[in-house]
Design a protein around this ligand. Sequence first.
Ligand code: TRP
Length: 458
Amino acid sequence: MAQASHTRHEQWSSGLVFILAATGSAVGLGNLWRFPYLVGENGGGAFVLIYLACIVLVGFPIMMAEVMIGRRGRQSPINTLRRVALEEGLSSGWQLVGWLGVAAGFLILSFYSVVGGWALYYALQALVGSFSGISSEGAGAMFRGLVSSPVPVVFWHTVFMLILFGIVVAGVRRGLQRAVTILMPLLFALLILLVLYGMTTGAFGQTLHFMFAPDFSAIDGRTVLTAMGQAFFTLSLGMGAIMVYGAYLPSSEHIPRATGWIVGMDTLTAIIAGLAIFPIVFSAGMAPGAGPGLVFETLPVVFGTIPFGFLLGILFFVLLSVAAITSGISLLEPPVAYLIESTRLGRRGATGLLVGGIWLLGIAAGLSLNVWAGVRIVPGLDANIFGTLEFLANDLMLPLGGLFIALFAAWFMRSASVSEELDLLHHGPVYRLWRVATRFIAPAAVILVFLNATGLFG
Ligand code: TRP
């Protein structure tokens, strides 16, 4: 097993804390905000099915690879990849994959924080009673009112970044433990409650049909790319977030089992979020393809109607904010760890520098929803700055990072090192399955999806 002596970082106090922290990273806006609206935009069941296939065949094996590499290297993704590559007799150029990840994390956090700010704004709206008796038109107007106004969007983005700054400066472990052990289970319970409410709306059957009866005529190459990008995004894969958490994992922990828990809980949360939201969409006659506003335009209507809705609404949006914060932390931690290792900046300086840069980019993302809506930065891509960041980072950089991580773990590392770290008997069935998935299935899937999205297959 890897020795922990060559690291400057603290370790998790147990494997359970690792599982909770990684689940805190995985479960976030990706599950509750992004997954439902992508399902709605991409025609439902077929998208869900492709997404699930990507989770199992691509996400799961790559997550094992990330944790494994992280624990062996015990540093930030950049230095971990360099160290492990050198140990395995490979080129130190593998650290470029770490750089790609740091760049992706930077881009993602800039728009993630904007949406995290919406969650905070909605927590406040719940608190001051704005949802009481609100109609679906009213909720739609509330959301549009928010995103079309530059000042609140930038203000709440700033608040979100400041909260992240405070927690990451305090050290990941202290900042995270309570949030993930108490608040995440509470969020999960609340979602179940909303699903139960959904069953009373009369639109639950329609929801099941929409989410689980695949209609393949609704999809194309771009849809498959979106589904795979979402699989990476929701599992926090492809940029080293899980790798850096693996770097803090005690050597005694069984990686495949831990990974199973994380992937399982993340996927369950996404599905349950869908089952909570779509009954409201259908029973209120809203359009499932309403886009990024979907969660924010639906749930307030329910909280404005049901008994105890006032309290439940506050609780939900506070917990949504917490889920976004625990995910945001994991986007910030890899570059922070790198700057601490490689510069003379301490934790505070490193975090401050990064938060400042991400905050500025986030302002551009936030303004692109209103005053800069017409600005295009990538020729040929008809998307505002927000959408462009989302596309570049989620749909391209994460899968690309994941592809290299899979290739590194399965083709370049010595299989003796890998099976030792994964604690799987060399010829056992689980190990062989993982190896086939990481060697062939995951890389082939990523490459095919990329080729497909370029329109090569028509
Ligand atoms: N997985 C988180 C979510 O679903 C977002 C996230 C956190 C993330 N860390 C990441 C995405 C690293 C990609 C890479 O909300």
